[in-house]
Design a protein around this ligand. Structure first.
Ligand SMILES: C[S@@+](CC[C@H](N)C(=O)[O-])C[C@H]1O[C@@H](n2cnc3c(N)ncnc32)[C@H](O)[C@@H]1O
Length: 386
């Protein structure tokens, strides 16, 4: 999901009447949530409802989501572009599995393509994976994954595995976890939440609670005061997720692959409106209050915060680089050459090019009981920038 320009609503594609009716049901559900909370909810709650409300939210209902615009998709992720992504990742997972246990866990498996392609790629490398566990929030996507993957080794879990040994993957999962929005005022920090104005969703600021104020203070301690009026987001849910990995990851490596950058770049004084971005039929826009339930809502990942959360949870940081360096270190160019097709070359271009995913997407590896360096960070390791 690259983050291009934000067009005006009038340039966005017109949703079908059915889609509009679905969005109205989602909006009704969120309005009820706002009323129940006394007239205002934090943006994190809005995002949670718009994306994950059972049977209604963008990820929880039947929208196609993944794939090209012509086929009704809203965005394309790396595993959807080509099996080359899984094949390269397998090069990195193979030694981790050999050193720990032949067990993989994937969070947020989308259509299931990465799981399917990874199992094939690991089989080809002679790694006999014994179990592949998927932790998926969306019941709708779970069903799609079940329909795509005919492999007895795959099972679905309702919660993170316990006492896990092996390799873990989360591709484009942290960027769809709910974020809290803040605005820097003159003397105080405010939380940007969602209220109703004449029945329509509208942003409304409230004084930040101690948790949000502390998160913003930590950013300012590191980078200096943010300018008045500066708005951005903090991914406290993603940090909590990373911290929880410290409880269940017994031995192994976790690869978080996502759009993002270190704190210093994330909260650059010129990035005055944060990184919140929505996707509808391959159009990116910055208005998450528009037609909830029909749009994906994402925010970039603060990888310094993720590394800190991992460290706090007793995990080691094993490597951090952009996707291009990671995939090339994992032998992607050799794989493309071996395949020798124009399709493979064009897929590699999308995965590696700076203008597409190569630079914007990063790979962070953390773990326990694993010896660095990992092959995927042989070139371009930027851990020192976190
Ligand atoms: C943008 S999609 C990426 C899907 C897939 N990894 C890919 O790269 O194509 C985000 C996925 O994460 C899932 N998800 C979001 N939050 C999650 C969580 N806390 N635990 C597990 N899955 C989650 C969504 O339901 C969806 O499957």
């Amino acid at each position: 999901m690259p983050a291009p320009m934000s067009p005006a609503r009038s340039t966005l594609p017109e949703p079908s009447p059915d889609a509009r009716a679905h969005s109205e049901r989602v909006a009704e559900h969120i309005r009820a949530g706002i009323a129940a909370a006394g007239g205002w909810i934090g943006f994190d709650r809005y995002m949670e409802l718009a994306l994950y409300a059972p049977g209604l939210g963008y990820y929880a209902a039947g929208a196609r989501k993944f794939g090209d615009a012509g086929a009704g998709g809203d965005f394309v992720t790396a595993p959807e572009i080509s099996p080359l992504f899984a094949q390269a990742l397998a090069t990195q997972l193979a030694p981790v599995l050999a050193a720990t246990a032949p067990r993989v866990a994937e969070f947020g498996a989308g259509t299931g393509r990465l799981a399917r392609d990874l199992l094939v790629a690991l089989d080809v490398r002679g790694i006999a994976v014994e179990s592949y566990e998927i932790v998926e929030l969306s019941p709708d996507l779970r069903e799609r994954q079940r329909a795509l993957i005919a492999d007895r080794r795959v099972r679905w879990l309702d919660a993170p595995p316990r006492h896990f040994t092996g390799a873990i993957i989360a591709n484009e999962v942290l960027d769809v976890m709910p974020v809290r929005l803040f605005v820097r005022g003159n003397d105080a920090v405010f939380e940007r939440g969602v209220a109703l104005r004449d029945g329509a969703f509208a942003y409304e600021n409230r004084p930040a609670d101690p948790v949000l104020a502390a998160a913003v203070a930590a950013i300012e301690n590191e980078l200096g005061p943010l300018p008045t009026g500066y708005g951005s987001e903090v991914g406290l849910t993603a940090r909590g997720w990373m911290r929880s990995a410290g409880d269940w990851l017994h031995r192994g490596a976790l690869f978080a692959i996502d759009y993002g950058f270190p704190t210093r770049e994330y909260y650059h004084p010129q990035r005055i409106m944060g990184t919140l971005m929505c996707h509808f039929r391959h159009h990116a826009h910055a208005d998450p209050l528009w037609l909830p339930g029909l749009n994906d809502i994402t925010a970039h990942v603060d990888f310094s915060a993720m590394a800190q959360a991992a460290h706090d949870a007793g995990l080691d940081v094993l490597g951090y680089s952009n996707q291009a360096h990671f995939l090339i270190s994992c032998g992607l160019l050799d794989l493309v050459q071996r395949e020798g097709s124009p399709q493979a070359a064009s897929a590699a271009q999308r995965l590696l090019s700076e203008a597409e995913m190569g630079e914007l997407v990063k790979v962070l590896a953390v773990g326990r009981g694993i010896e660095a360096p990992l092959a995927g960070f042989a070139r371009g390791d930027r851990t020192h920038t976190l």
